[in-house]
Design a protein around this ligand. Structure first.
Ligand code: BES
Ligand code: MN
Ligand code: MN
Length: 456
């Protein structure tokens, strides 16, 4: 398949131009202001799949944003690969920190800067272009289905329903996803684990209106002070989460598994330097890489209340709020965690305030096999294109639908991602290396070839 490199060389500019078209549409699923743009993005993804050679492509409406489904069935007897990705993106704020417009893609220092360049438009589109190559050269060795959704960044609720209702349509042998990363451009890796998520919002109410902090201060409950005290009680001095029962079901890795994990190249100094951190913190008894992958965590993602404008305003707010995420690991359950959190958080509230806990989206952790035909095909494909065998690693991020693929469709997923932790996904100045984009397009056809050979 040496021809893939020639094909990339000959079509490189067009591959970039077409991705740029997609990146220009602000498909922010979280913000209703972009509703029309999100719908437009689905149409654009569908058109690109048709142009690449899909014989069936459709926009599947849901209660939210549509799912783009497409397929190319060459022979019912051959195995089928189901490709999953998402065309929605995170909000671009804070806008003032971007060095160029989030929806005006540009290449700087060999990297494509735009919201969604890596997560996940750039990575999803690699599959469209790899498929185009296999169609053009008549080298598609098995059947392929595409399912590209527009609500990943807001929890994939409608995709969950779609999967449950379309089991026949989605029949496949394996799921292939590029929505994760590699350790470095010269250290390929394949993600074999994702964390789950339980995301809650809390509201603390004190007095029925904002009060003068001199006239009332010291004598009435201040919801912001109280919220801070309650949050502080969620972890002990060893950064262990104090919610009763929280760790009950947590997967315990063996010493061998942890030793294996520790072999992955990692420099704490470089890690700190990349983030301008004086030091790292985390749960006692675990390394940085364990803390951000195999251990559950609890983090405040946002906190607000009171006066935030210019200058000083002497006021005790009536209400205080926080958004809190808990990342979960295998065998924990997000619904159970929601309940444990709510019960404990309410128990921490002094009788002077009212506390409300609202669950947002949740999802379960996933571990994907590293000895399957599909994993081996992905590993061989990366070894072919990077010249090095990829290392299996567990990631701290979440793609909740992966656990559902297993429970609902009985299918394992291969997480063949090409991003870097430094790509600033969800942050200002998100970018994706041109190297990574093209490397993905180069690697995917090898995956198909090796997977079809391995399945014979
Ligand atoms: N692609 C990311 C998840 C990811 C990134 C996993 C890098 C591993 C490595 C995905 O789009 C994402 O951001 N997921 C959300 C969860 C979702 C329910 C909002 C997350 O992890 O915060
Ligand atoms: Mn993603
Ligand atoms: Mn994301």
């Amino acid at each position: 398949m040496a021809k893939i490199n020639d094909y990339i060389e000959a079509n490189k500019q067009r591959f970039l131009d077409e991705l740029f078209e997609l990146l220009r549409i602000p498909s922010v699923s979280a913000d209703p202001k972009y509703k029309d743009d999100v719908f437009r993005t689905a149409d654009s993804v569908k058109a690109s799949l048709v142009a690449a050679g899909a014989d069936k492509a459709e926009i599947c409406q849901t209660a939210g944003y549509p799912i783009v489904y497409a397929e190319k069935i060459i022979d019912a007897k051959l195995p089928t690969v189901l490709i999953y990705g998402h065309y929605d993106v995170q909000p671009a704020d804070p806008l003032e920190l971007w060095t160029s417009g989030p929806f005006e893609p540009v290449i700087k220092d060999g990297k494509i800067y735009a919201r969604g360049s890596c997560d996940d438009k750039g990575q999803m589109f690699m599959h469209v272009k790899a498929f185009e190559y296999m169609m053009k050269t008549n080298s598609l060795p098995c059947n392929v289905k595409f399912m590209i959704e527009g609500e990943e960044e807001i929890g994939s609720n409608n995709l969950g329903i779609f999967v449950q209702n379309n089991k026949e349509k989605l029949k496949a042998d394996v799921i292939l996803v590029s929505d994760t990363g590699i350790i470095a451009n010269d250290i390929p890796s394949i993600t074999v684990g994702l964390r789950g998520l339980a995301y809650v919002e809390v509201e603390v109410t004190g007095p029925n209106r904002d009060l003068h902090s001199g006239l009332y201060g010291g004598a009435v409950p201040n919801p912001i002070n109280i919220l801070c005290e309650m949050i502080a009680k969620l972890k002990d001095d060893n950064k262990h989460i104090t919610i009763p029962g929280f760790y009950d079901d947590v997967e315990v890795l063996s010493a061998e598994e942890r030793a294996e994990m520790a072999k992955a190249p990692f420099s704490l100094d470089e890690y700190k330097k990349a983030l301008d951190l004086k030091d790292v913190i985390g749960e006692e008894g675990y390394t940085t890489n364990e803390r951000n992958s195999i251990r559950p965590t609890l983090d405040v993602n946002g906190i607000w209340g009171g006066y935030q404008g210019e200058g000083a305003k002497t006021v005790i707010a009536s209400k205080a709020y926080a958004k809190i995420s808990m990342r979960l690991v295998p065998y924990q359950n997000s619904d159970k965690t929601f309940k444990q959190f709510e019960k404990y958080f309410l128990s921490l509230a002094p009788s002077s305030v009212t506390v409300k806990v609202t669950p947002h989206h949740g999802g379960e952790a996933a571990v994907t096999p590293s000895n399957s035909i599909a994993y081996k095909a992905a590993s061989r494909a990366m070894e072919t294109t990077f010249g090095k065998k990829p290392i299996p690693v567990r990631s701290g991020g979440s793609i909740p639908i992966v656990a559902m693929f297993k429970t609902e469709l009985g299918l394992d997923t291969v997480l063949l991602g090409f991003g870097l932790d430094s790509d600033a996904i969800h942050s200002p100045n998100e970018h994706y290396g041109v190297f990574n984009y093209l490397k993905g397009i180069e690697t995917i056809p090898y995956f198909f070839q090796y997977y079809a050979e391995g399945s014979k």
